[in-house]
Write a protein that binds this ligand. Sequence first.
Ligand SMILES: NC(=O)c1ccc[n+]([C@@H]2O[C@H](COP(=O)([O-])OP(=O)(O)OC[C@H]3O[C@@H](n4cnc5c(N)ncnc54)[C@H](OP(=O)(O)O)[C@@H]3O)[C@@H](O)[C@H]2O)c1
Length: 318
Amino acid sequence: MTGHGGPGAGVGGPVTRPNAPEPPAEPALDVLLEAAPVRAGARGGRPPGPIARRYGGPLAIPLRPHRPTVIANFVESLDGIVALATGPRGGGSDISGSSEADRFVMALLRTVADVVVVGAGTVRAAPRHEWTPAGISPAWAPACEEWRASMRLAPQPTTVVVTSAGDVDPGHPGLSAPGVPVVIATTVAGARALTARGIPPGARVEVLVEEGPLTGTALRGLLSRLHVRLALCEGGPHLLADLLADDALDELFLTLAPQILGRASAFTRLGLAEGHAWEPGSAHWARLGSVRRGDSHLFLRYSLRRGSGDGHGRPPSR
Ligand SMILES: NC(=O)c1ccc[n+]([C@@H]2O[C@H](COP(=O)([O-])OP(=O)(O)OC[C@H]3O[C@@H](n4cnc5c(N)ncnc54)[C@H](OP(=O)(O)O)[C@@H]3O)[C@@H](O)[C@H]2O)c1
């Protein structure tokens, strides 16, 4: 990982770009609820003017004082589907309908994060994608870059790929993009497979366990060693469920796309969390922090914390 302070630290000071393109003149998101606290020490806060106008105010993520904070961002259909299949089609953009507002929010979350964490299945499903603000919304990239610099973050978030098998294409362009650090978190066998197949140039391999899957606790340990304060998990659903299973998720940013996709048979289409199931008494209840609307898409923000006794982790009283 990069020198002092890890991926969260880096070049500082605002960037002035006299020739930077104007961000798109899209209407502001409607703020229907804003109950997420803006506390001192949170990551983010008030973004540069164009972003604040479009988002409808500040975006601040409270940071845990003694460990990395982990948030996730997904889009799902009205009937809870996040992927039509595990292959290259049927992922996030088919679910969101390539919503510009969804890409804007994704770019903002990548902007405030030190690292973007993705499972190898998500990487395989997106063979050309780059997990940076510019990779999801080139039009907003200059404003995002300016905001990152003002937060004194590294120019780009580090991409962290999670794989047991080490089945990662060494030629994936998003894993060798200039200036984007890459860490591959894997197992002993995964590291062997990566070495045999080839490692994306510049990527660093971190062996966390003998055998997979990597637990949320092991991943959080890696994030701590990398001095990460804020990690953004962009899925997929198997990785998200593994994080939830270890109570390693602090917040969920969930876009609800106004389409109903249905399921003709079990297991063909994926829900938000796959590979683990919880009974009603032990399920992960969340607290709604904010709601925004862009056309008929809803942008929901939830905090998750089990066993805190303050309403998290318990069903709401009726
Ligand atoms: N709607 C959305 O917001 C959204 C977001 C993300 C992804 N998606 C879609 O979801 C689909 C992929 O779903 P998925 O559940 O297969 O995605 P995934 O969780 O990224 O992929 C599963 C694979 O990732 C690796 N992996 C995940 N968790 C791991 C862990 N704890 N330890 C070790 N390895 C781990 C393993 O790779 P190895 O096999 O290499 O060991 C596993 O086979 C794609 O279609 C994608 O486009 C949708």
